[in-house]
Write a protein that binds this ligand. Structure first.
Ligand SMILES: CC(=O)N[C@H]1[C@@H](OP(=O)(O)OP(=O)(O)OC[C@H]2O[C@@H](n3ccc(=O)[nH]c3=O)[C@H](O)[C@@H]2O)O[C@H](CO)[C@H](O)[C@@H]1O
Ligand SMILES: [Mn+2]
Length: 341
């Protein structure tokens, strides 16, 4: 009996000891986990402090801007397509904020222009106005394709911008020049741009950039609405209407009429566009078909099937028929401003 009681007391003592040990262990553990959590929070705190400069007390300059509104904005135009791509109109974006977002990404923007035959005369205005308004403050690489490299004007460019002149053969038919652009753009991306540019814009050389053209225009696949047809019913668009062409779009189909004189986007997107449009153009040519507006027609077909991820309003491309140059075609004007033509 006595032995039994002693054994029982011993067992109880052991349990008690175990209980005390368990509790003290539990305390230490919970204390530690609190400490650990605090440490993690603290390191996060340090990170936030490091990245965003004074932890919410003083926001960095690029995060100081007027409150954006979700209920009011431009109501004279449509700012989103039915497939939810933004349509970029003046006044719908904050240029400073957009620039700061893309500057953090350290991007390079390439732009192409073709100046064959008499079109070299447009180069000076084109390059000078691009220098003033096109992606100012970004790394920009302009590529000029020409049959007269010696006639390319010397333009003073800022340190982060450069110009490369690429020789191409002369051609008499303007349709041919315009059509060859896609093939050369495709090659340029494959051979020169893959490792040194992020975005590319392909522009008509008989253009001037009249106002800011910057980071608001960046995106996967970028199309510009042609200023001549933006109010028209789509049955009036000058799409290719013959079913034998690969650029065919039937009456009652299509979204907008996009211009062939300005398009762009991410390198791989524009490469795909150039490759497909070029192949379709050539396949048509083999069968003796040339689309109504050459590569512009093929581009419109492509953009209908592969919807652009951002659309630039006709503010970005105006045609100024009043400044016709003697012997030259009309002078196009790329700009962004509030009023429409
Ligand atoms: C604003 C716009 O969307 N314009 C398009 C439109 O007519 P455009 O009347 O604007 O065509 P255009 O005469 O400007 O030719 C297109 C481009 O090809 C180059 N070029 C042309 C002729 C020449 O002798 N030398 C030369 O270098 C030059 O870069 C010019 O900007 O339809 C064309 C279809 O064929 C193209 O799709 C153009 O991009
Ligand atoms: Mn043109």
């Amino acid at each position: 009996m006595l032995l039994n009681r002693n054994v029982l007391t011993g067992i109880l003592l052991i349990f008690l000891l175990m209980g005390v040990l368990y509790y003290s262990n539990y305390l230490t553990y919970s204390f530690m986990s609190v400490e650990q959590e605090e440490l993690t929070a603290d390191s996060r705190h340090v990170e936030v402090h490091f990245q965003s400069h004074e932890l919410h007390m003083v926001a960095p300059d690029h995060l100081k801007y007027d409150q954006p509104s979700i209920v009011s904005g431009r109501n004279d135009v449509v700012t989103v397509t039915p497939w939810l791509a933004p349509v970029v109109w003046e006044g719908t974006f904050n240029p400073v904020l957009l620039d700061s977002i893309y500057k953090l990404q350290n991007i390079t923007v390439a732009a192409t222009a073709f100046a064959v035959g008499k079109y070299v005369m447009f180069l000076k205005d084109f390059l000078e106005t691009a220098e003033q308004h096109f992606f100012v403050g970004f790394r920009v690489h302009m590529y000029v394709f020409t049959d007269q490299p010696d006639s390319v004007p010397q333009i003073k460019m800022s340190a982060d911008r450069q110009l490369t002149v690429l020789p191409v053969p002369s051609s008499k038919r303007w349709q041919e020049i315009s059509a060859r652009r896609l093939e050369l753009i495709q090659k340029l991306i494959e051979e020169k741009l893959r490792n040194n540019s992020d975005y590319i814009f392909c522009l008509d050389v008989d253009s001037k950039v009249h106002g800011r053209w910057g980071a608001e225009s960046l995106g996967g696949l970028i199309a510009v609405i042609h200023p001549g047809y933006y109010r028209d019913n789509r049955k009036k668009f000058p799409y290719e209407r013959r079913p034998e062409s690969r650029a065919y779009i039937a009456t009652g189909e299509g979204d907008f009429y996009y211009c062939g004189g300005a398009f762009g986007g991410l390198l791989q997107e524009v490469h795909q566009l150039a490759k497909i449009c070029c192949a379709n153009f050539e396949a048509d040519a083999k069968e003796g078909t040339e689309a109504a507006w050459q590569e512009e027609s093929h581009l419109n077909r492509y953009m209908w099937i592969n919807k652009p991820s951002k659309v630039l309003s006709p503010e970005y491309l105006r045609q100024n028929f009043y400044s016709q140059k003697p012997g030259g075609s009309h002078h196009q004007v790329l700009w962004s401003c509030q009023e429409l033509c």
